[in-house]
Every structure is written in structure tokens, then in C-alpha cells.
Design a protein around this ligand. Structure first.
Ligand SMILES: Cc1ncc(COP(=O)(O)O)c(C=O)c1O
Length: 446
């Protein structure tokens, strides 16, 4: 065992060392067929399994953890988070209740408490680590559905939605598709939403916010996946609450702006919501997967998620993930988040978030100086660059990706094709941004 684990650590360290110097794209000539084939008739030496994984599999990996990776919204992996993740696997604690897994439950609880404090969420709020924002939406929107219907005298958790009063759901025109998917999963429907028009940055227009009446759920966004913009939560949430609606915030990455005194104006009012969904695997730079479902009144989630059985732990304590999680058996996936928050502290968290914004602005400045247009206000970590029309922009994106010095993807923002740059890696500094600017401008012929 020792040899095998040491070899895994050696290979993992070698991989991480190589990432900055290797093309970011998976090797197009990587032959992954050896990873498949027939189910082996008998055993293979575990050391050979590891060797196969590294020698055949590694060339087929994308350099997501590179500090010149700007595709989608993808954080890297802080070394302390990777180390903690290894220990989580070695511990193998199904993190359901403190009685069985006291250490990992305590670490997840501490992480939730720190996140609450960093984002200035209400004291009553609690939550649970899930696989990502999509599942956090599913968990909290299901709780929202049950709570708003319970207020109308309907037990949705017990009786389902058959015959229930219809729930109005309000979203912005630039809602993230993961939220729309979650609405479908929890029985509220992907298509029966009221869509509020958005402005040029993708923010829900407060002046177009409709009259709502209970039972209703209003879904807002902290951090648009293209522009990084924030819905005007301070304006909309009090109105929605006054009208008796439940307010949910999709803060997959923008949530973390609340931790920075410089950026907190963007999330003003977010603390007034009833539920929040966010990711740690994006902005906190922990390994996949880690998201957080947070709720103002934890009993709303507990009523939906908790179960009883003679063989289960009796007398849960309020911090037991088993009370709030969609899963029963679950990995202690909050522990790497605990480790990064402990290692960085409040000041480290703020520095990391603010640095990504500075670096996004540096990249945008480099593009502007070369004469290219930036399609969004760079308020957070997202930059949209137009290289002079869809054909040229697509060419630049394709060739930049093929060259492999950095990775950025294409998007279409309100009818215009753009290169979409998301600075989400803890290690992206001026050096990486300047190298990236040089590489992009070379491909763009400047
Ligand atoms: C705004 C927003 N919401 C939700 C999601 C979905 O998050 P996850 O992939 O962790 O489920 C994303 C992912 O990019 C996002 O940017």
C-alpha cells in the first residue's frame, strides 16, 4: 500500500509541476482506447493500473488547473485543498452525522460558519455541501417550493404537487441554464416561468419587475456567467419579500464578492434572500466537486431532506449534514473548503477574489489598448472580447486554444460573438496575464 500511495503522490506532484509548461488543451493525438476494452478476466497489478492511468490518461486531461486557464468558470486547485482531498479519501468518512464521523462533520460545520460570516449572511442561516451549484439549486428550490406551498396549507413534501396551488416563478432573462434545469427537476417546470427583461449587462431590470403574489419564488443572480454582472438585489429583494415571495440567489461564483470590502457593493442586499447556491470548486479553488446550498431557515431544508429509520443515528444535532443533504452517503467534500479557508484566512480570501478582478481588468486593458472592444463592464472576473466580428473572433479563439498557451472559450453575448475570459485561478498573476495578452495579440495579428 505504501509504495502504491507514494507512487500516486509522486505522479500527482509531477503532473502539477508540468501543468504550467504544457499545452493546456488535451493532446489531440492521445490514444485513450487502452483505458477501455473488455472487462479484464482477472486482476491487474494496482501499480500497473496507476501507470496506465497516468501514462495513457494524463495526455487526455485538460489543464484546468493552469493559471492561464480562463475557460467557462473554472477554479484551479490550491495545494492545501488537494492535500486535504487526499486525506478525505484516506479517511473515507461517510459524512452524514457527527455521531459516526465527528471530525469531518466538525470541519464542514466550521467551513459553513466561516462562509456565512464572510458573505454576511444572517445568523439563522445554515447549509450543506453538495456537488455543485446545480444540486444546490435543486435542494434549495425544492425546499422553497415546499415552504411557499406549506404557507398556503399544502404539504408538497408529503403529497407532491398533484392538485397543489400553482407557484409563480420569476427569473431574469439571463438566468443560468442550471437554474432552469433545477426548476424542472423540482416540479416547478422549466418553461412556466415569468422572465424579467435584462439590461445590456444581463442584470434583471428592476423597473420591469412584475407584481407577484404568493405562492411565489423569485430567482436572482449574483454573477452572470458571461459578464459577471449582478442583479440589483438591494432593489428587488425587499419588493419580492414584501409581496410574500421566496427569494433564491444563484451565486455560483459572484457570491464570493461579498467577502471583499471593495466588491461587496455588487452583492448589496444578497443577505436578504431566503436561499443561496454557490460553488467552492470555482472561486475557492478546491478540487471538484464542492458546492454549497444555504438557507435562511434551516428547518425548511430539514423538513424536506431528513429521514428516519431504526438503523440510523438517533438524535441528530443541528449541524449534521444528514439533516440537510440530498444524499445519504456522502463524501466529506466540504473538508478541502475548510482547509483553504483555514489556510487563507479572511485576508487571503479577499486577496484572492480581488486579484482575479484586477487580473481580468488587466487583460481587458491589454485588449482595449490593441484596439479590440470589450463587450461588458468588467466588474468581476469575466471579460468578453470582440476581435472584429464573429468570423474573426471564432478564428482567434480556435487558434489560441490550439496553440495551448492559454485557454479561453467562445460565447455569444446579446447577439455578438466574443472570446470569453474568466479569471478564476488563485495563481493568475500579472505574469500569466501578460503572457496571455501577448499570445492572444500574436494570434490576432497585432
Ligand atoms: C451563474 C452560474 N450558476 C450555476 C452554475 C452551475 O454550477 P455547477 O456547474 O457547479 O453545478 C454555473 C456554472 O458555471 C454558473 O456560472
Amino acid at each position: 500500500m505504501e509504495e502504491l500511495l507514494s507512487e500516486a503522490a509522486r505522479r500527482a506532484i509531477a503532473y502539477r509541476r508540468r501543468v504550467p509548461d504544457e499545452p493546456i488543451r488535451p493532446d489531440p493525438s492521445a490514444d485513450l482506447s487502452e483505458l477501455g476494452g473488455d472487462f479484464p478476466d482477472g486482476p491487474t497489478d494496482p501499480m500497473k493500473v496507476l501507470e496506465l492511468m497516468d501514462e495513457v490518461g494524463t495526455p487526455g486531461t485538460m489543464g484546468f488547473s493552469s493559471s492561464r486557464f480562463y475557460g467557462w468558470v473554472i477554479g484551479g486547485v490550491q495545494p492545501v485543498a488537494l492535500a486535504a482531498d487526499w486525506l478525505v479519501s484516506a479517511w473515507d468518512q461517510p459524512t452524514y452525522a457527527a455521531e459516526a464521523s465527528p471530525a469531518t462533520v466538525a470541519m464542514e460545520a466550521a467551513a459553513i460558519q466561516w462562509v456565512k460570516e464572510a458573505a454576511h449572511l444572517p445568523e439563522t442561516c445554515w447549509g450543506v455541501f453538495v456537488t455543485g451549484t446545480t444540486v444546490a439549486h435543486i435542494a434549495t428550490l425544492a425546499a422553497a417550493r415546499s415552504a411557499v406551498l406549506a404557507a398556503e396549507g399544502w404539504d408538497a413534501t408529503g403529497q407532491g404537487l398533484f392538485g397543489a396551488p400553482p407557484v409563480s416563478v420569476v427569473v431574469g432573462a439571463e438566468v443560468h441554464p442550471s437554474l432552469v434545469k433545477a426548476l424542472g427537476v423540482v416540479g416547478l417546470g422549466r418553461h412556466r416561468v415569468v422572465e424579467v427583461p435584462a439590461d445590456a449587462q444581463g442584470r434583471m431590470r428592476a423597473d420591469a419587475f412584475p407584481d407577484v403574489s404568493p405562492p411565489a419564488i423569485v430567482c436572482l443572480q449574483a454573477g452572470n456567467v458571461n459578464t459577471g454582472s449582478f442583479d440589483p438585489m438591494a432593489e428587488i429583494i425587499p419588493r419580492a419579500k414584501e409581496a410574500g415571495a421566496w427569494v433564491h440567489v444563484d451565486g455560483a461564483f459572484g457570491f464570493w464578492a461579498a467577502a471583499s470590502p471593495r466588491l461587496a457593493h455588487l452583492t448589496e442586499g444578497m443577505e436578504l434572500a431566503d436561499s443561496w447556491a454557490t460553488d467552492a470548486h470555482k472561486y475557492l479553488n478546491v478540487p471538484y466537486d464542492a458546492g454549497l446550498a444555504l438557507i435562511r431557515n434551516p428547518s425548511d431544508l430539514e423538513r424536506l431532506m431528513s429521514i428516519e429509520a431504526a438503523y440510523l443515528v438517533e438524535g441528530h444535532i443541528g449541524q449534521d449534514p444528514g439533516l440537510y443533504a440530498p444524499e445519504m452517503s456522502r463524501r466529506a467534500r466540504g473538508v478541502p473548503t475548510w482547509a483553504v479557508l483555514k489556510a487563507m484566512g479572511r485576508s487571503g480570501l479577499v486577496d484572492m477574489i480581488e486579484r482575479t478582478v484586477d487580473m481580468a481588468q488587466r487583460f481587458a486593458d491589454g485588449m482595449r489598448e490593441a484596439g479590440f472592444s470589450i463587450l461588458n463592464d468588467v466588474v468581476l472576473n469575466q471579460v468578453l472580447v470582440d476581435f472584429g466580428g464573429p468570423v474573426e473572433t471564432q478564428r482567434v479563439v480556435r487558434e489560441v486554444q490550439a496553440e495551448g498557451i492559454l485557454f479561453a472559450g467562445p460565447t455569444v453575448w446579446q447577439g455578438k460573438t466574443a472570446m470569453r475570459v474568466s479569471v478564476s485561478n488563485f495563481g493568475t498573476t500579472e505574469k500569466e496575464i501578460d503572457e496571455s495578452i501577448d499570445a492572444v495579440l500574436r494570434v490576432a495579428g497585432r
